[in-house]
Design a binder for this molecule. Structure first.
Ligand SMILES: [Zn+2]
Length: 396
C-alpha cells in the first residue's frame, strides 16, 4: 500500500425531509436536480459507501480499500474489535421533522437482530426493526441553529402542559399520570397515547389542534409547524412530552440509547456507530412496532439543561467527549501555521469552513468547506495548514 490519505466522494441522500439549498449555501454543493439534500454519508455503511480517490485520481470503494489492507488502515485494535470502520459520519440538513425514534442498546440490538433472522423477516422488509446487530449512539453538532426533541421532560412539566390544554379525549390518561408521577406512570401514559384506538386518537388530535390554534409560543408553534406535514400523527403530542432544544452553531448533543428523540430543523454534523437500527415512535408513515419500542425505551426524565455535551477546549481544538468507544469527535481551528496531529485511529476529516491543506508522509490534499478526506491509521500523524475549521472523526 503506497497511499495513506484519500479524498472522499460521498453519497448524498435525498430523503423528503431534507433541505434543497442549505448544502449549497454552506458548502457550495450544487443541487442539480432540485431534490432535497438531506444527508451526506461518509463511511462504509452498506446503504451508502463513500468512494476513496487517491492523489492520482484512482478510485476505489472505501469498504473495499479497508478490506484489502485492514490491519494497516484500521490498526490491530480496531480491526480485532470491529472488523471495519466502526463509525458513520454525516452532514444532516433538515427542512422538516424526522421521525421520533429510539435506538436500541447493544445487547438488545444483538438479540433483536438474531430473533428477526430466526423469524425469517427479510432485511429489507418494512416490518424489520433490526437491520444489523449494532447499537447506534449518536452525537449531533450544530452548523446552523438546530431544533430537536430529546428525552422526556420532567413529569411535572408534562402534566402542566397537558392540564393547561384540558383535552377531554385524553383526560383519563392525564389524570392517571397526575396520580402516578413516577417512571412507571410515564411509561403507562406514553404507551396509552400510542395505543389509542383510531376514533379516540382522531378526537384527541382534533381537540388538541383547535385548542392550540391561537397559542404561539414554544412548544405550540412547533406543533403547528409539524402538523402541516403530519396532521393525524400521534407524534403531535411529543413536543409536550419530550424536551425541546435549540442548539446554537458550535454546540453538540449526545443521543443516548433508549432515549426518544427527533430532529426538527437545521443543518449539523452527525456521527454515530455504523448502524441503521431505528425504532420509530411517531411523525412517520413507516411501521411502528409499539411493543418493541416500549421495550427499548428508558422512561426517565432528563432536565433540558443537561442535554448539551460539555466541550473540552485544548489550544486550537474542541473535543466533545462521548461515553462510548465507537466514535470520537473533535473540532480543529486551523491557521497559516503548520501543525501536526497524531492519529487516534483511521480518521475522516471534514472541512467545515475555509480551505486547508492536509498532509501525511505520502500524500497531500487541499480541501474546501464541504470536502473530506480519509486517513489510514498507519500514517501515524497528519499535518494541516490554512485558514479554516475541520471536524475530525475517529474511534477509540
Ligand atoms: Zn437518532
Amino acid at each position: 500500500m503506497h497511499n495513506t490519505m484519500w479524498k472522499l466522494a460521498n453519497v448524498i441522500k435525498d430523503y423528503d425531509w431534507g433541505t434543497k439549498t442549505a448544502l449549497f449555501e454552506l458548502f457550495n454543493i450544487t443541487n442539480t436536480n432540485n431534490k432535497p439534500q438531506a444527508e451526506i454519508w461518509m463511511g462504509v455503511h452498506p446503504s451508502g459507501v463513500s468512494t476513496a480517490v487517491d492523489t492520482q485520481g484512482k478510485q476505489i470503494k472505501l469498504d473495499q480499500l479497508i478490506a484489502q489492507n485492514s490491519i494497516q488502515i484500521l490498526g490491530d485494535k480496531t480491526k480485532n474489535r470491529y472488523h471495519t470502520l466502526p463509525y458513520l459520519f454525516k452532514v444532516l440538513s433538515a427542512q422538516e421533522p424526522l421521525s421520533i425514534q429510539v435506538h436500541p442498546e447493544l445487547s438488545k440490538a444483538k438479540k433483536g437482530y438474531e430473533k428477526e433472522n430466526e423469524l425469517g423477516i427479510p432485511l429489507d422488509s418494512p416490518k424489520r426493526n433490526y437491520k444489523d446487530p449494532n447499537h447506534k449512539p449518536e452525537l449531533v453538532y450544530a452548523l446552523t441553529p438546530y431544533w430537536a426533541m430529546n428525552g422526556f421532560r420532567p413529569i411535572t412539566e408534562i402534566i402542566l402542559l397537558f392540564s393547561s390544554l384540558n383535552i377531554q379525549a385524553i383526560k383519563n390518561e392525564v389524570n392517571e399520570l397526575t396520580n402516578n408521577q413516577t417512571d412507571s406512570g410515564l411509561k403507562a401514559f406514553f404507551t396509552s397515547l400510542l395505543k389509542l384506538d383510531d376514533t379516540h386518537k382522531k378526537h384527541a388530535l382534533l381537540e388538541f389542534k383547535s385548542k392550540i390554534e391561537l397559542l404561539n409560543d414554544i412548544p405550540f408553534n412547533i406543533i403547528k409547524e409539524i402538523a402541516k406535514k403530519f396532521p393525524d400523527d400521534i407524534g403531535l403530542f411529543a413536543p409536550l412530552i419530550l424536551n425541546i432544544i435549540q442548539l446554537q452553531p458550535g454546540e453538540a448533543m449526545f443521543l443516548k440509547a433508549q432515549t426518544p428523540h427527533a430532529y426538527l430543523k437545521g443543518t449539523g454534523l452527525e456521527i454515530m456507530a455504523s448502524s441503521d437500527n431505528v425504532l420509530r415512535a411517531g411523525l412517520t408513515s413507516k411501521y411502528i412496532d409499539i411493543n418493541e419500542l416500549i421495550d427499548n425505551t428508558t422512561f426517565h426524565s432528563i432536565p433540558a439543561d443537561q442535554l448539551l455535551t460539555q466541550p473540552v477546549k485544548q489550544n486550537n481544538k474542541i473535543n466533545f467527549p462521548v461515553p462510548i468507544d465507537d466514535f470520537a469527535f473533535e473540532i480543529i481551528y486551523s491557521d497559516q501555521h503548520l501543525q501536526t496531529e497524531k492519529l487516534q485511529s483511521a480518521e475522516i476529516i471534514f472541512c467545515i469552513e475555509g480551505e486547508i491543506t492536509l498532509s501525511t508522509a505520502t500524500d497531500s490534499f487541499t480541501i474546501k468547506a464541504g470536502e473530506s478526506v480519509f486517513i489510514a491509521y498507519c500514517a501515524g500523524f497528519f499535518d494541516y495548514k490554512g485558514n479554516g475549521v475541520l471536524a475530525r472523526a475517529s474511534n477509540k
